[in-house]
Design a binder for this molecule. Sequence first.
Ligand code: AMP
Length: 295
Amino acid sequence: MTDTPATPIVARTRAELARALSAQAGSRALVMTMGALHEGHLSLVRRARELADHVVVSIFVNPAQFAPGEDYDAYPRTLDADLAALRTVGAEVVFAPQPGEVYPVPASFTLDPGPIARVLEGATRPTHLAGVALIVTKVINLVRPDVALFGQKDAQQLAMVRLLVRDLDLPVRIEGVPIARDTDGVARSSRNQYLSADERVRARALSRALREGTRVADEGGAASAVAATARRVLAAEPDVGVDYVALADADTFEVRGEGDDAAAAGRPAYLLVAARVGATRLIDNTIVTPGGDPR
Ligand code: AMP
């Protein structure tokens, strides 16, 4: 790679992608996105550059992972700004297809990720992770990367992708990248654009809930106390509607329920929150290690 990053090559079709890839020698990293790029996405690309000779970024608002009534049509599409941002971090190829280029009509095949797709995000969005599994499989097959990077912001998605790669023997290494946050603690998200100024302030309640939950865990609090604390912080914020506050084992993503305090003690777990701020659904998480004190 050169020291002065150039504007990425934009491949809109499979043929253009194949041509751009054939010009690459050496290892390749893939960062999959839905565009409206922010610092979180760019941190994935920077890490990708450290891990491979070439970086491919996909920008595709994947219809298969949106349910009817979700924000598929409203989702921000900002390709020119995305390309300008990618230029600063040195992605070389951007795969930006239209849905008709990616999905045959009618498409026949679906993937069922199993139990992980039915809890938490999957309970609220029952078809979401299946749609993610499908597009991840397809883009990995089209790009054939050595490594693919996913943000820990979407912890359940990352856990599902690890299962997908393991169960289907996809020949790729998966790398998780830490959550990028704004200075006020709010996790970067393309959906933050939907928030009014007032809602943007209320959105801080999610990361505050995680910090308070972490404090309780650090003081030896049990999993149920950690979750209860995070839930209280969110409940105290007006116009924030909690979808879930949960703990899931950091290795297995097994969701901890009431009565699991003993099993959860001393094991790293994701503390996960999902909440609506106004009409915008936001998610966030952090890793905690609960103790045994039920409080
Ligand atoms: P999206 O465009 O929302 O589908 O996200 C594309 C990738 O960027 C996914 O792997 C996300 O987990 C990751 N990502 C999104 N926001 C962040 C963030 N704030 N920090 C780290 N990774 C992120």
